[in-house]
Design a protein around this ligand. Structure first.
Ligand SMILES: Nc1ncnc2c1ncn2[C@@H]1O[C@H](COP(=O)(O)OP(=O)(O)OP(=O)(O)O)[C@@H](O)[C@H]1O
Ligand SMILES: [Zn+2]
Length: 459
C-alpha cells in the first residue's frame, strides 16, 4: 500500500513537471502568435520616407531642448526626421539605441531581431518588460519606441539577418547600427553596408567593457579592413557565457545613438577610424586610432574578392546565433545524456560528479554532491585542486566493491567545457587519475533544467 502511494506520488510529481513545462510553452506560443500579424517576417519594399519641410508646433515643443543646441538646430531636427536607421539586434545595445533614436525624432526605425524576450534579458534590454516575455523582441521594441514617440515610423522585423535578405533590407535604410552579438552577423552586416554604401555604427559590450566605432564612413575603414580573418570560434565569448553588467550595453547603446544622431543630423561622427573603449571598472573612456581603409581589403579594397554576400557561418566557423553553439569534441560513447545521469542518481550508483564551471556560476546553482573544480584550474593543473580530485577518487574506490574503474561524470552549463575537461583529465597522469572512467553529460545543467527538472534555475 505505502509503496503504491509512493509510486503514485512520484508519477504525479512527474506529470506536474510536464504540465508546468507545457503551460510555459503554450503561453509563449500564444504571445508570439497574437502579435505575429503585425510583424514583418520577410523583407518588403518600403515607401520612401516623407521629408518634412518645416517643424510643427508640436515638434517644436517636443524637441525644444535639443533644438536650442546650435549643433542641432531646426535643420538638424529636420534632417533627423528624414533619416531611416536599421537596428540589427534588439538586445542589450539595440534597446537603449532605439529608445534614444525614437525620443530624438528619427524618421524611420527598422527593428530587427529573430529572438523572443526572455526573463534573463530584462536586466539590460530595457525596452522589454515582464509582460513581453515570449514576445518577438522586434515587436516589443517597436511598441515601446512608439509609446515614446508616435511620430516615428517603427518597423519590426522578426527574422534573422542573413545573406539572402541583408542587401535588400539594408539598401532601404540610410544608416545601420550593429547591435548583434555574434561574429558571422558582424561580417555580414559589414559586407552588406559596404556593398550598399551605408555607414555602420557598431558597438559591443561584454562583462564590464564596451567598444564603439563607425565603419565605412567618411573614407574610413570597414570591419574587414581591421579584421580580415575571423577569430577562432573558441576564443569568442558572449554575454550568456561571460556575463555583462546591464549598464554597460546601456552606455554603449546610448553612445551608438549619439553617433547615429550626429551622422543623421549633419554634424558628422568623429568615430571613423577611431575605436572608443569604455572600462566600467575604472569609469574611463579611451580612444585609439585605427588603421586606415586598406587597399587590399577583400570587400572595400581596390580589387575586392567579395562582391556579393557569402556564407558567413562557414567563413567564421560558428553559428550566426548564440543559441546553438554546441561543440562535439568527444565520441558518443564518452558522453551520457541527462536522462542517463538521472537514472544513475536514482539508482544511487557510486560515482563522482565533477562540475567544471567557475565558482561564481556554481554559487548561482548546482546539483547536490558535486565537486567543483573549474576547467581553468584543471587546465593549469592547480596542485590543490588535483589533490582534492585524487582524494575524492580514492574515497570512491573504497566505496565501490570490486576493481572496476570509478566513474566520473563531468558537467558544466551547456556541455562544451565539460567535454574539454574530459580531454584534460584523459591527458593527466598519476595513479588515481589513470584508473578512472570519465564521461561528459551532454547539454549540461541547462539540459538538466529543460529535460529533467523544470525547477532547476536556467541562467
Ligand atoms: N543575424 C541576426 N539577425 C537578427 N537578430 C540577431 C542576429 N544576430 C544577433 N541577433 C540579435 O541580437 C541581439 C543581441 O543582443 P544581446 O546579446 O544583448 O541579447 P541575447 O542574445 O538575448 O543575450 P543572451 O546572450 O544573454 O541570451 C539578440 O537579441 C539576438 O537575437
Ligand atoms: Zn574594408
Amino acid at each position: 500500500m505505502a509503496q503504491e502511494v509512493c509510486s503514485l506520488k512520484a508519477q504525479l510529481k512527474e506529470q506536474e513537471k510536464e504540465i508546468a513545462a507545457l503551460k510555459k510553452k503554450l503561453s509563449q506560443l500564444e504571445k508570439s502568435h497574437t502579435s505575429a500579424l503585425e510583424l514583418h517576417d520577410k523583407v518588403r519594399p518600403l515607401t520612401p520616407l516623407k521629408a518634412k519641410l518645416a517643424l510643427s508646433n508640436e515638434d517644436i515643443m517636443r524637441y525644444s531642448r535639443q533644438l536650442l543646441l546650435p549643433e542641432l538646430g531646426v535643420q538638424g531636427q529636420l534632417n533627423l526626421s528624414k533619416t531611416s536607421v536599421l537596428v540589427v539586434g534588439c538586445g542589450g545595445l539595440g534597446c537603449p539605441l532605439a529608445q534614444y533614436l525614437a525620443a530624438a525624432g528619427i524618421g524611420r526605425l527598422g527593428l530587427l531581431d529573430y529572438d523572443e524576450v526572455e526573463l534573463s534579458n530584462l536586466h539590460r534590454q530595457v525596452l522589454h518588460g515582464e509582460e513581453n516575455q515570449g514576445q518577438a523582441k522586434a515587436l516589443s521594441a517597436a511598441n515601446a519606441a512608439r509609446r515614446l514617440n508616435s511620430t516615428v515610423e517603427c518597423i519590426p522585423y522578426h527574422l534573422q539577418l542573413s545573406s539572402e535578405n541583408a542587401l535588400q533590407l539594408i539598401q532601404q535604410y540610410d544608416i545601420v547600427a550593429d547591435c548583434s552579438d555574434n561574429v558571422p552577423t558582424r561580417y555580414l552586416v559589414n559586407d552588406a553596408c559596404v556593398l550598399s554604401g551605408k555607414p555602420l555604427v557598431s558597438a559591443s559590450a561584454l562583462r564590464m567593457e564596451g567598444q564603439l566605432t563607425v565603419y565605412n564612413y567618411s573614407g574610413g575603414p570597414c570591419y574587414r579592413c581591421l579584421y580580415p580573418v575571423p577569430p577562432p570560434p573558441e576564443t569568442v565569448t558572449n554575454c550568456s557565457d561571460g556575463g555583462v553588467l546591464g549598464v554597460v550595453p546601456g552606455i554603449m547603446g546610448c553612445f551608438q545613438a549619439l553617433e547615429v544622431i550626429k551622422i543623421a543630423s549633419g554634424q558628422g561622427s568623429s568615430c571613423s577610424q577611431q575605436l572608443v573603449m569604455f572600462d566600467a571598472q575604472d569609469a574611463r573612456f579611451r580612444s585609439i586610432k585605427l588603421r586606415p581603409k586598406q587597399a587590399g581589403c577583400a570587400v572595400c579594397g581596390e580589387n575586392p574578392s567579395v562582391t556579393k554576400l557569402v556564407d558567413y557561418e562557414s567563413f567564421c566557423g560558428s553559428a550566426a546565433t548564440d543559441k546553438c553553439r554546441k561543440l562535439n569534441l568527444l565520441p558518443r560513447d564518452q558522453r551520457i545524456t541527462v536522462q542517463d545521469y538521472q537514472s544513475i542518481m536514482d539508482k544511487a550508483v557510486p560515482h563522482l560528479l565533477l562540475d567544471v564551471r567557475p565558482l561564481v556560476e556554481v554559487e548561482i546553482c548546482h546539483l547536490p554532491f558535486s565537486l567543483n573544480i573549474p576547467l581553468s584550474s584543471l587546465e593549469e593543473r592547480k596542485t590543490e585542486h588535483i589533490q582534492l580530485f585524487q582524494e575524492r577518487i580514492s574515497q570512491l574506490k573504497q566505496q565501490m566493491a570490486g576493481d572496476c574503474r570509478p566513474p566520473v561524470y563531468v558537467i558544466c552549463k551547456l556541455g562544451n567545457d565539460s567535454q574539454k575537461a574530459v580531454q584534460v583529465l584523459e591527458k593527466m597522469s598519476g595513479s588515481e587519475v589513470d584508473s578512472i572512467m570519465v564521461k561528459d553529460i551532454c547539454g549540461g545543467l541547462m539540459a538538466w533544467a529543460q529535460k529533467i527538472d523544470p525547477t532547476f534555475p536556467q541562467y
